[in-house]
Design a protein around this ligand. Structure first.
Ligand SMILES: CC(C)(COP(=O)(O)OP(=O)(O)OC[C@H]1O[C@@H](n2cnc3c(N)ncnc32)[C@H](O)[C@@H]1OP(=O)(O)O)[C@@H](O)C(=O)NCCC(=O)NCCS
Length: 324
């Protein structure tokens, strides 16, 4: 693992200060909107609106001020201020998964008139130092693969690429085509569970699971798991693609509180047609309930099969990690 040593700064620049939830949220929302406008999707727009709304809601602010370091909201961070104007930001989002504590650095943004002066570097370094002070030495960030400037910055600070994930989306459609193939779509057979789990663990390794509040054990066959899912109101859907009694691929749809996602399980020797057939099935089956289906998948693997199922690539994110 890459490691990075935090050197205690002799003195903190006067323009750098911690985010104040009570007064900074609307200005930070404006900065984020301006800096990310060219790549912001609907989720991003909603996020900025939420930030503005939160900034104007007094009772939320009082609660948030106390909870800032223990919720998964971007309520901790650092800003850069010049002449009373916020021109730089780096947010820190804490995650806790079992015993693992992780910080995600997000929303690193500097006003276009003030770039290439080292502001983003200082903000990110300060955010890393904050994590170190809180004894959280596992820091992650997500950066688009078409953002070489930011990738360069993070690499210099000791971040290392751990994964690349493409986000895909498709509209659901009860009339999505049915492939003419010898692969059949069936319910998942209990005997295929261990293979499905092995394939899922390769594609979605534990190293990247810190943001999830569930595990793939939720997909386990059997009455007790079914009962448990009923009890926690987790409505999972699963399909399997089978050729001559042999599983080629499986697909699960999991609602997880942050969104609903498809999780394909497939080996590098599986027929890509199996994945296309499964994704088309999901588009058909989910259409009465949801307008869209979405997933994140290791980039380049099976891109053609996913496109063939009518999915659109939204963006590819590089997951980078620094260990302090
Ligand atoms: C990326 C961004 C935050 C950089 O802010 P900044 O204050 O200009 O960055 P810094 O001056 O601290 O640069 C630090 C290093 O990053 C890299 N870098 C920053 N901007 C760069 C650019 N335009 N081209 C190439 N490298 C660049 C360089 O390695 C630079 O070191 P150097 O100046 O010694 O060569 C800023 O351009 C921005 O807000 N972009 C839009 C939002 C965004 O993409 N944020 C990142 C999200 S993950």
């Amino acid at each position: 693992m890459a490691s990075f040593t935090i050197s205690a700064r002799a003195e903190q620049p006067a323009n750098l200060r911690p985010l104040s939830i009570l007064r900074d949220l609307p200005a930070v929302a404006d900065l984020i909107e301006m800096c990310f406008s060219s790549t912001m999707d609907n989720d991003g727009k909603r996020y900025v609106q939420d930030m503005r709304r939160a900034g104007n809601d007094n009772s939320f602010l009082k609660w948030a001020n106390r909870a800032a370091d223990s919720t998964s909201l971007p309520l901790t961070g650092y800003i850069w201020e010049e002449n009373g104007k916020i021109i730089g930001n780096a947010s820190l989002v804490p995650f806790r998964n079992n015993k693992q504590r992780v910080y995600l650095i997000a929303n690193v943004a500097v006003h276009p008139d003030h770039r290439r002066k080292g502001i983003a570097r200082i903000l990110t370094e300060r955010a890393m130092q904050h994590a170190h002070e809180k004894k959280i030495n596992n820091i992650w960030l997500h950066v688009r693969d078409d953002n070489p400037a930011a990738i360069d910055l993070y690499t210099q600070l000791g971040f290392v690429e751990r994964a690349r994930r493409t986000s895909w989306q498709a509209v659901t459609d009860s009339y999505a085509p049915i492939l003419q193939t010898d692969i059949a779509i069936t319910n998942r057979h209990p005997r295929d569970w261990q293979t499905q789990l092995n394939w899922l663990s390769r594609l979605y390794p534990d190293l990247l699971a810190w943001h999830r509040n569930w595990t793939f054990a939720s997909l386990r066959p059997g009455f007790f798991n079914w009962l448990y899912l009923l009890f926690i109101d987790m409505n999972i859907r699963q399909w399997t693609a089978v050729r001559k009694d042999q599983m080629e691929a499986a697909l699960a749809w999991i609602p997880d509180g942050r969104g609903e996602y498809l999780f394909p399980a497939i080996s590098d020797r599986s027929d890509p047609v199996a994945l296309t057939a499964l994704l088309l099935q999901a588009r058909r089956d989910m259409s009465p309930y949801y307008p869209k289906v979405a997933m994140e998948f290791p980039s380049t693997e099976f891109d053609g099969a996913i496109l063939a199922a009518g999915f659109k690539s939204i963006r590819t994110l590089i997951w980078m990690q620094a260990t302090l």
